[in-house]
Design a protein around this ligand. Structure first.
Ligand SMILES: [Zn+2]
Length: 72
């Protein structure tokens, strides 16, 4: 019987290789333009601090799945 533990040559658990995130993405939400600091819109459900992801046509909260459509 083959041992289930121990490093074999193959990773067969189907885990995707995780890329290291160098910097927290949170900081990308803060933009300094001139002497103004603008922030991305945050989730009205989760409150300040939980930012909505920016998509082309909508903003999306990854925490509570709140979606807000952007009017153009
Ligand atoms: Zn939310």
């Amino acid at each position: 019987m083959a041992s289930l533990e121990g490093g074999s040559s193959k990773d067969r658990k189907g885990k995707k290789p995780h890329k290291n995130k160098p910097v927290s993405k949170k900081y990308a939400h803060y933009k300094v333009s001139g002497d103004k600091i603008t922030r991305d819109k945050y989730c009205p459900r989760c409150g300040a601090g939980i930012f909505l992801a920016n998509h082309k046509t909508r903003l999306y909260c990854g925490k509570c799945k709140y979606t807000e459509f952007i009017k153009k």
